[in-house]
Design a protein around this ligand. Structure first.
Ligand SMILES: NC(=O)c1ccc[n+]([C@@H]2O[C@H](COP(=O)([O-])OP(=O)(O)OC[C@H]3O[C@@H](n4cnc5c(N)ncnc54)[C@H](O)[C@@H]3O)[C@@H](O)[C@H]2O)c1
Ligand SMILES: [Fe+2]
Length: 382
């Protein structure tokens, strides 16, 4: 087995966004960044102050603010043309996973040409420098991950592009930017980060070194996510969650996710379920059935969540205890919206069994992915 722990992104945790960004631009001699920014963030005082300081420092910039959730390929391609037209030389992605994924996509296309959809099947053959990722949610970990999820505007299918050549050059973690994130989004995105750690911990690609980091990520989330959900102004909790989510993104590159994220990608794209929620609905079943092949790790996840395990339990009992404890954390502690809000029938959910088993990450699971298993998982989805 090949053990792997690679980290290429320079990470900065700061309370001074403007000075940090200006310092990076000057040190790299970047003269004109494109700022690919989530529209909600654009008019916040923190970001307006950044623009003012860029002007004060005579740094020109071009704003692209047409980011939408689950970025379609057309948006990425259009923005890459604008990048070239306005002669930008670097890109600052400010927002949640959608903004940072869009920025990563723009950076690939402006470096190598073509359409972002080409890179679903083609390799990114060159290092794409100049991406400065500034997350404003604490979930996807896109700032440190090598993944980019684009949706096809016609089929609504989500496709992943994975490339170590396309990671951010810098990730700037500034907890003040997350303060405005509403509590329901805080909970959902935080559970996405928890899923990255829990699935990475139980993936075929996991290794002792990624296990240690995944355990710490889950520990941080169990401790600080309830505080961030209760009080969005709790800066210590926001900072710890930002760090946990960024480390979760790093684990995506080194341990991967598996069949929980496969369910989230397929059902999320089909029914418009926000990514963090879709992950949170998929994870209890994923942990329950993974206990049949790896009870030790599923018990460890349960212990991190604060569950009690009597002696001499069967694998199924361990799976049930951890899965129920996760549901308690999700539904009672974090008050995540129930799946009922999406008005789906069980038949609709089950009809995606085959697509889930074919999804690209499913076979990172330590379980054998059979039609029977994906049906069981989707029966538990919610
Ligand atoms: N690259 C990766 O490794 C990776 C991993 C998981 C998910 N993803 C992708 O990331 C996307 C989801 O990202 P996300 O969960 O961060 O959500 P998002 O970026 O889609 O944002 C969700 C909503 O939150 C709002 N928002 C963001 N920051 C805010 C703030 N500070 N205050 C108030 N509102 C704010 C946005 O305007 C938007 O309406 C999906 O497209 C998913 O497929 C990528
Ligand atoms: Fe995710």
């Amino acid at each position: 087995m090949e053990f792997k722990l690679e980290q290429k992104v320079k990470v900065i945790v700061t309370h001074e966004l403007d000075n940090t960004i200006i310092g990076i631009l000057k040190s790299r001699n970047y003269k004109k960044p494109m700022v690919a920014i989530d529209k909600f963030l654009l008019n916040t005082t923190y970001i307006q102050k950044l623009f003012k300081e860029l002007v004060n420092n005579e740094i020109d910039y071009y704003i692209y603010d047409k980011i939408i959730s689950d970025p379609p390929a057309t948006i990425v391609d259009e923005a890459a043309k604008l990048f070239l037209k306005h002669q930008c030389d670097s890109i600052i992605g400010i927002g949640g996973g959608s903004a940072i994924d869009t920025a990563r996509g723009i950076n690939i296309v402006r470096t190598l040409g073509g359409s972002i959809i080409d890179y679903v099947s083609e390799e990114v053959t060159k290092v794409c420098t100049g991406l400065i990722a500034v997350p404003t949610t604490s979930g996807t970990g896109s700032e440190l991950s090598n993944a980019l999820i684009v949706s096809d505007p016609l089929t609504h299918e989500k496709s992943a592009i994975l490339s170590n050549n396309a990671v951010s050059e810098y990730a700037v973690l500034c907890p003040e930017l997350v303060i405005t994130l509403p509590s329901d989004m805080t909970g959902a995105t935080g559970l996405d980060a928890f899923s990255h750690a829990a699935e990475g911990y139980t993936s075929k690609l996991s290794s002792p070194i990624t296990d240690a980091i995944c355990e710490k990520i889950m520990y941080l989330i169990v401790k600080y996510l309830p505080r961030a959900v209760r009080d969005g102004n709790d800066l210590e909790a926001r900072e710890r969650m930002m760090v946990a989510a960024a480390l979760g993104g790093w684990m995506l590159n080194n341990a991967g996710t598996h069949v929980g994220h496969s369910q989230a990608h397929i059902l999320g794209a089909c029914y418009g379920i926000p990514h963090g929620m879709a992950c949170a609905y998929a994870l209890p079943g994923t942990l329950k059935y993974t206990a049949e092949v790896n009870p030790q790790k599923i018990k460890e996840i349960g212990l991190i969540l604060g569950a009690d395990f009597p002696e001499d339990l069967s694998n199924t009992e361990i799976g049930d205890i951890t899965s129920n404890r996760l549901k308690w954390f999700r539904d009672t502690v974090l008050s995540l919206n129930s799946i009922d809000t999406f008005h789906l029938t069980r038949e609709e959910i089950l009809s995606h069994s085959e697509e889930v088993s074919m999804e690209r990450f499913a076979h990172n699971s330590q379980m054998e992915i059979t039609p029977d298993l994906t049906k069981k998982l989707l029966n538990y989805f919610g």
